[in-house]
Design a protein around this ligand. Structure first.
Ligand SMILES: N[C@@H](CCC(=O)N[C@@H](CS)C(=O)NCC(=O)O)C(=O)O
Length: 209
């Protein structure tokens, strides 16, 4: 398999399936394309790999799967033994909803607090819309961690945790403390847990190299 990704410092959508592939432990090669190049060069470099002109894309033989969530679902089906979703049907439905909510939502947080793994942490004044996104994320994390018993959203690490790892980097970079947004302590601990997985640490050190 080959995973085509964007610049590791910035590409949250690439990070998610990369974490999942590392978690699975299957061998794969990666192609990293520089994002934010002028004159349409980024899209021109992505298009030979991905029909949407966006990364990530996963190539498996003659199959190309684009879009982060579709890639993760493909991997969950290809590697059932990796248990990439919880076995319990209710927890599976809820963690899927959590990943989907991230995939399609939180536009204000995404726009105002882009992932920037090269940046020193700083405290910024956030818009009301972004603060509303953060309150929702904290409520969602609290509910799932309480229901599953942790340590991850669905109990064991799952695709939902891959989807929220970039959020944890944003909270760290922009000085967001979950305790200011309704956390009971479980979300702050969860955020640190996401940033401490060996898979994320490997991505981070490559991004900063
Ligand atoms: N919904 C897509 C979003 C993918 C996306 O927005 N990728 C960005 C990089 S993180 C991209 O390829 N941008 C192309 C460009 O900057 O030209 C997914 O989940 O894979």
């Amino acid at each position: 398999m080959e995973l085509v990704i964007g610049t590791k410092r910035w590409s949250t959508w690439s990070l998610r399936p990369w974490l999942v592939l590392k978690h699975v432990g299957a061998p794969f090669t990666e192609v990293e394309i520089m994002l934010r190049q002028d004159d349409g060069r980024t899209e021109a470099e992505i298009l030979p790999h991905s029909p949407s002109g966006m990364v990530p894309a996963l190539k498996d033989g003659d199959l190309t799967v684009w879009d982060s969530l579709a890639i993760c679902e493909y991997l969950a089906e290809k590697f059932p033994e990796a248990r990439l979703w919880p076995a319990d049907p209710a927890l599976r439905a809820l963690t899927r909803a959590a990943a989907s909510e991230m995939h399609s939502g939180f536009q204000s947080l995404r726009g105002e607090c882009p992932m920037a793994l090269e940046a020193e942490p700083k405290v910024v004044t956030l818009s009301e819309a972004t603060q509303k996104n953060i309150r929702r994320i904290v409520a969602l994390w609290r509910e799932l961690l309480a229901r599953s018993g942790g340590p991850f959203l669905g109990g064991e690490w799952s695709i939902a945790d891959a989807f929220y790892t970039p959020v944890a980097t944003r909270f760290r970079t922009y000085g967001v403390h979950p305790s200011d947004y309704g956390d009971d302590g479980s979300c702050g601990a969860y955020m640190n847990r996401l940033l401490a997985t060996p898979e994320f640490k490997a991505w981070e050190s490559a991004a900063r190299a």
